[in-house]
Structures are given as structure tokens and as C-alpha cells.
Write a protein that binds this ligand. Structure first.
Ligand code: PGA
Length: 257
């Protein structure tokens, strides 16, 4: 069975102080009696080290929201995989739609980042997903397929050390989530595509997340789907209570109450 994973993407929210306060509340709310759900929190770079230190030993991981594909050099404003590893980060989100559409990141950049993350020992959470216009034009499947093929070009995987997040752009931060059935359909297609890239066995072990207006009320429907192994959560991960409820609902949906 694939270990479900709930990932919080805080985007450009929370200072060091806010992050540590969140950690105190969240750890307290989760309590000791936890079932098998992996939890990853991705704060802004500035809070990564202190949050990572606070989370050490709790079973909750810290991750980054992005990285650059070189290890050092004249790249003003960029952060390298080695710098992330030093903070204790284990995961890195790559190719989030806000990076693609607000900051102009293309499939080639995503591909470079995924390869470098893997080579460095970070687990990439690579995001794919169609825009509203692409969906309305009936191109959702071809767009997601292209993002997978281009983003994973030349990537060799012997073990499933890579997570894919399906995030339809029209569902991000809008309060309008995809239906669990639609998200499942796309996730199955993603798994098929991963099967042709890496072999069916590896693809079966890889985790696929849904992202886009996930909240405590709708998470259960997503993780009950056979090909959805968790969620990438933005807005609803900013409050400790809400993220703790998402984890609880995931436990109930996957393992029963
Ligand atoms: P949202 O964001 O949960 O606020 O829709 C999800 C994401 O961007 O990863």
C-alpha cells in the first residue's frame, strides 16, 4: 500500500515566528495517536531551517516550495538543493502553477529542477495541471501528458522517489475543487503515463496527490479514490486546526475511524 501524504504549501505566508507558533499548535492537536499518514509542511525559505528544527523527531517533515537546478554560482535570488538539504528539508515542490504562470517557468526548467532534486537526494513533488481555457477546449489530458513527458524527460527512477501533484489551475485558491471522480480519472491517466515512463511496478508505488481548494470537508472524497494518495493543500493549511482536521479526515477515509 502507498503511504498517504498530506503536504501543506504555505506559499508566501508566515514568518519564522508564525511558523513556529503554527508548529506548536499543530503538534499539540495531532497528539500521539497517529495513523500512517506522512505530513510535509512547505514554508517560505526563510522559515525552513527553524521550522525543520522544531519538527525534528515529530515525524512531520519540512519541504521547500521551489529550488534552482545548479548547486552554486551567480544566480541572484536562487536557492540550491544543497542549501535545502542543509536545512533538513526532504521534499521540494517543483513546477507549481504559480511558478509556471506567474513567474514564467516552463517545462524545460521544471525538468532541470526535477533531475537535480533527484540527483541531490531531495524528493520532488512535481505539479501538473490544466488551466480553465485548456479544459474548456478539451485539452486537459494532452496538457497534463505533455507536462509529464517534458518534465520527466531523461529522468531515471529505480524506486518511487518522486511524487506527482495533479492541480487543475482553475481549482487553485478559487474554492472550486475538481470532483473526486474527475481527479481520479486524471490520476489514473497520470499513473498510466508514469507506467510507460518508469515501468508499471515503479508507477504502482508512486504517490499521486490532488491539489486545488482541498479542505477538511472534501479531503475524504479525494483520498478514497484508488489512485489519489493524498493532497497538496494551500489556503486550508494555514490554520493549524484546519490542517489537523485534514489529516484526521484522511486517516478516517484511508484506515477507517
Ligand atoms: P489551494 O492551493 O489549496 O489554496 O487551492 C493549492 C496549491 O496551490 O497547492
Amino acid at each position: 500500500m502507498r503511504l498517504p501524504i498530506i503536504t501543506a504549501n504555505w506559499k508566501m505566508h508566515k514568518t519564522v515566528k508564525d511558523s513556529l507558533q503554527f508548529a506548536e499548535e499543530f503538534i499539540g492537536m495531532l497528539g500521539e495517536d497517529r495513523k500512517g499518514i506522512e505530513i510535509v509542511i512547505c514554508p517560505p525559505f526563510t522559515a525552513l531551517y527553524s521550522l525543520g528544527e522544531r519538527l525534528r523527531g515529530t515525524g512531520i517533515e519540512a519541504g521547500a516550495q521551489d529550488m534552482f537546478w545548479e548547486e552554486w554560482g551567480a544566480y541572484t535570488g536562487e536557492i540550491s538543493p544543497g542549501m535545502l538539504l542543509e536545512t533538513g528539508a526532504k521534499y521540494v515542490i517543483i513546477g507549481h502553477s504559480e511558478r509556471r504562470y506567474v513567474l514564467g517557468e516552463d517545462d524545460t526548467a521544471v525538468n532541470r529542477k526535477v533531475k537535480r532534486a533527484l540527483a541531490s537526494g531531495l524528493c520532488p513533488i512535481m505539479c501538473v495541471g490544466e488551466t480553465l481555457a485548456e479544459r474548456e477546449e478539451g485539452r486537459a489530458v494532452s496538457v497534463v501528458r505533455r507536462q509529464l513527458e517534458e518534465g520527466l524527460k531523461g529522468v531515471e527512477l529505480l524506486r518511487p522517489h518522486l511524487v506527482i501533484a495533479y492541480e487543475p489551475v482553475w481549482a487553485i485558491g478559487t474554492g472550486v475543487n475538481a470532483s473526486p471522480q474527475d481527479a481520479q480519472e486524471m490520476s489514473r491517466l497520470i499513473r498510466d503515463e508514469l507506467g510507460s515512463l518508469f515501468g508499471v511496478e515503479v508507477a504502482q508505488e508512486m504517490r499521486i496527490l490532488y491539489g486545488g481548494s482541498v479542505n477538511p470537508g472534501n479531503i475524504g472524497g479525494f483520498v478514497a479514490q484508488p489512485d489519489i494518495d493524498g493532497a497538496l493543500v494551500g489556503g486550508a493549511s494555514l490554520e493549524a486546526r484546519s490542517l489537523a482536521d485534514i489529516v484526521k479526515q484522511t486517516e478516517e477515509s484511508v484506515y477507517g475511524s
